[in-house]
Design a protein. Structure first.
Length: 139
């Protein structure tokens, strides 16, 4: 799977350990295309995760609307599908969260790099799930 260019920058900044880590990154607006300090890496990963979470929620809500449109007048079938969808989504969230903790295992919990690795993983898996949900019940 191809990674977005900023993810490579995040990984590079993590590997470099933020050699310029004492420079204040909060003074400038967030620019995830030119990462120069580890704090910027952390903030970009957090922003990407929030964006992916929002996109996932939008994909899920759009799917709920498609389900409603697909079963007009058949409330029982609609409710059955929605129940299965909600169970699948809950199970997927548990899978995503445990997978991302596993991917960040090598970094000590509580360290910024640990959180950043989890955020990168959540972003990747949430984007994949959004695409999947968008393909279910196409209009």
């Amino acid at each position: 799977m191809p990674h977005q260019p900023w993810i490579l920058g995040l990984a590079l900044a993590l590997l470099l350990g933020g050699a310029a880590g004492s420079m204040p990154a909060r003074a400038a607006p967030l620019d995830c295309t030119h990462i120069s300090v580890s704090e910027q890496t952390d903030r970009c990963a957090q922003a990407a995760k929030e964006h992916a979470d929002n996109a996932l929620n939008q994909s899920y809500q759009a799917l709920l609307a498609r389900v409603h449109e697909l079963y007009p007048g058949n409330l029982l079938q609609e409710q059955e599908y929605l129940g299965k969808l909600k169970n699948a989504q809950r199970a997927w969230i548990k899978y995503r969260d445990s997978t991302c903790v596993l991917e960040a295992f090598e970094v000590e919990p509580g360290k910024p790099a640990h959180v950043t690795l989890i955020n990168i993983c959540v972003t990747r898996l949430s984007n994949e799930r959004s695409r999947y949900l968008e393909q279910l019940l196409p209009q």
